[in-house]
Design a protein around this ligand. Structure first.
Ligand SMILES: [Zn+2]
Ligand SMILES: [Zn+2]
Length: 411
């Protein structure tokens, strides 16, 4: 068996891992958004040299995992296994990438991809070849997210993006015994604050903003976070406006609500929201709450709102703010860029740690339960992947932070 890292080696973005058994498998095929990098560095290694692919297993519907998939259909037809809720979500994401001119592929590639998708259930074992099977289980990260267990001469467990403690809309991922573990390292250097406390402070601040006549502007990722915000606000008696791609994703969450821990609560929460677009823009925004894309302030309706809200308003950042994004620039310099113009933002902002990834302690506990003989730490910045491998070595494990392009023989 061989494992080659084509992306996500000491970086977040363009996740792509090739597994060779008696067949060929690609785990994810992502795209590195936001970075000011040449095209080749945004897609997995060799993405433009028609890499051979027979089977692709997609862990979940985030661009850093699915954004390169259509490139595989330039001159071949791999099967793509993924969970049912993931399919409509990647349809939205990939078509949006084309629309905003951010894709190295076209509609025909996306169409070919959809012709080759195999709806894959959690907990069912699929035979890929004579000596290789795989099984997906819930990864607890977003709707439909999956961990992959490949079984051939050895067992390989790939976590994809993971959450091992429960969130409002996700059941936690369960660890399983394995020989080889490929694990995400996004927050391997720190622990997250207690989620319940974060929620309490968040709600208190929203209340304060609305009471003083301001707008609580909540820029949120379309997939997962928007729906979590809707649920949290509804539980506390608020009825927010919702704008941007998060609206369409919320419909998908509703259609696949049987995947949620409490479907009734989400459907009820969604009914209390008011969808807004350019045509139905509210007459006055005073004393209101707006949940809108994009979570890192990179495009989407949020930029429109930022220039319109009154002086008592507040911006509630609630997700990862990648380098070279408006969100990061706001935190570091109090400025953002709209239509190539830098503008000063006077509205105060606050960051809330609502991460959908495990912190250091969660990660280490998870690894102990899977008890592997070899561990690869991926999907984190360079420092994070290396530090995680070091932490695991101190715990007595054989761990490495592979670089992109590296191949490992497994015996
Ligand atoms: Zn993710
Ligand atoms: Zn990811």
């Amino acid at each position: 068996m061989k494992i080659t890292f084509l992306g996500a080696g000491r970086e977040v973005g363009r996740s792509a891992i090739q597994i060779q058994t008696d067949t060929e498998i690609l785990l994810d095929y992502g795209y590195k958004q936001y970075k000011n990098a040449p095209l080749q560095e945004k897609y997995p290694i060799n993405a433009f040299n028609h890499p051979k692919a027979k089977n692709v297993i997609l862990s979940h519907a985030h661009l850093d995992h699915c954004g390169g998939l259509p490139l595989l259909f330039e001159n071949q037809n791999p099967r793509v296994f993924t969970t049912p809720p993931t399919i409509p979500m990647i349809n939205l994401l990939l078509k949006d990438s084309i629309k905003i001119g951010d894709a190295a592929f076209g509609k025909k590639h996306v169409q070919k991809l959809f012709n080759n998708i195999v709806k894959t259930k959690y907990g069912k074992r699929y035979q890929l070849s004579k000596r290789t099977t795989f099984t997906l289980t819930d990864a607890g990260h977003i709707l439909g997210s999956a961990q992959t267990m490949i079984e051939s001469e050895k067992k390989i467990l790939y976590t994809g993006d993971l959450k091992t403690t429960p969130m409002m809309l996700n059941k936690p991922a369960k660890p399983e015994k394995t020989d080889i573990l490929i694990i995400e390292s996004t927050y391997a250097q720190k622990d997250h604050p207690d989620r319940f406390e974060v929620e309490k402070t968040f709600i208190k601040e929203v209340e304060k903003t609305v009471e003083t006549g301001g707008v609580a502007l909540i820029p949120s990722f379309a997939i997962g976070r928007t729906q979590e915000m809707i649920s949290l606000l509804s539980m506390n008696g608020f009825e927010p406006f919702v704008a941007g791609m998060g609206l369409k994703v919320s419909e998908i969450y509703q259609n696949y609500s049987n995947y949620l821990p409490n479907p009734g609560a989400f459907i009820k929460a969604l009914k209390k929201t008011t969808p807004v677009n350019k045509k139905t823009f509210p007459k006055t925004l005073d004393s209101s709450i707006v949940v809108t894309t994009a979570g890192m302030l990179e495009g989407g309706p949020v930029l429109n709102y930022i220039t319109k809200i009154n002086k008592n308003s507040k911006i509630f950042l609630n997700g990862y703010q990648a380098e070279e994004t408006n969100g990061r620039m706001l935190i570091e310099q109090g400025k953002i860029k709209i239509n190539n113009q830098i503008i000063e933002v006077d509205t105060p902002y606050q960051f809330f740690d609502f991460s959908a990834h495990p912190g250091k302690t969660e990660l280490v506990n998870y690894v102990k339960k899977t008890n592997p003989e070899k561990i690869f730490c991926v999907h984190g910045n360079e420092e994070s992947c290396i530090a995680f491998a070091e932490t695991l070595k101190r715990e007595g494990f054989n761990a490495t932070a592979p670089k992109n392009g590296e191949t490992f023989k497994i015996q």
